[in-house]
Each structure stands twice: as structure tokens, then as C-alpha cells.
Ligand binder design. Structure first.
Ligand SMILES: [Zn+2]
Length: 154
């Protein structure tokens, strides 16, 4: 069953499939799709509303904001939850809702080392400073502790 579902088929139970994402506008969002969207969904109707739960998965190519290298990224949403009022409609198209969830799942600042499968060639100076800052802070705390101990002894 595709993402467009007829209400006569509801409750559809569980179904899965692939969906072409050409209409999702992903390249405009900086993500080049490397295949179809794979989905596994489960639908239920309760009190005039359609509830969809499921898993979405889509492989895209992103560009690292630090080193500008392209890398593969797997968008994986395993807790999709959609609640759609039926309003006497005969069919429901899940495509725009699924598209929104996919776009929201894209990293705002993609880093090629985000999956930890590889390391990025570029480390931002701000990050290095933050690490140094932490270290010197704990050093200061250590110094203070040593002083305390000395004071206790004397
Ligand atoms: Zn990088």
C-alpha cells in the first residue's frame, strides 16, 4: 500500500513499501536522495481520527559544514506518529506529513563525523577552546581541593 490510502481499506493494519521522494524538495534542503524512502507503517482508526505509527528510512548525501566533503547519511525515524482527523474524507495522503518529518530529521549543521564512522578533517577552534576551558576549569577545581587539604592539615 502506498502513502496515499483509501479509507475503505482502513484499518489497513501493517504495511510497508518504497516511495519516490522526488517531490520532497530534499536537494533544496541540501540533501540529495540516494534511493527511495522506505517505510513500515501501522494504521488504526479511533473516534474519527486516523493514527499512523511507523518507521521511516532514507539514505541521502549531505555536505559537511566543516570540511565540505560529501557523505552518506541515513535518516531514520523509528517513532513516527501521525494523527489525522478524517472529516468524512475518502482518502488520506500521508506524503506531505511524511515529507515534513523527513525534512525535520535532517541535521541543521551536517558533520561528516556525526555517524562516527569517519573523522572530520576540520575541527572548529571554538570546539577546541571549549575542551581546553573544561580542562582548565577542572584543574582549578583540583587546585582548590589541594589548597583545602593543605588547610585541613595545618
Ligand atoms: Zn567534515
Amino acid at each position: 500500500m502506498p502513502l496515499k490510502i483509501h479509507l475503505r481499506q482502513i484499518p489497513p493494519g501493517r504495511w510497508e513499501g518504497d516511495e519516490d521522494v522526488a517531490s520532497f524538495g530534499l536537494p533544496e534542503a541540501g540533501a540529495l536522495p540516494l534511493g527511495p524512502l522506505k517505510y513500515r507503517l501501522e494504521g488504526n482508526v479511533s473516534k474519527g481520527e486516523l493514527y499512523i505509527m511507523g518507521v521511516l528510512s532514507l539514505k541521502v548525501r549531505l555536505q559537511c559544514v566543516a570540511c565540505l566533503r560529501f557523505f552518506e547519511y541515513n535518516i531514520h525515524i523509528d517513532n513516527l506518529l501521525l494523527q489525522i482527523p478524517l472529516d468524512g474524507r475518502e482518502s488520506v495522503d500521508l506524503t506531505p506529513l511524511v515529507r515534513e518529518d523527513i525534512l525535520l530529521a535532517l541535521p541543521l549543521y551536517p558533520r561528516c563525523d556525526s555517524t562516527r564512522e569517519r573523522s572530520c578533517a576540520i575541527t572548529f577552534p571554538t570546539e577546541a577552546k571549549a575542551v581546553d576551558g573544561e580542562r582548565s576549569e577542572s584543574d582549578t577545581a583540583w587546585e582548590a581541593l589541594k589548597k583545602l587539604n593543605i588547610q585541613k592539615k595545618s
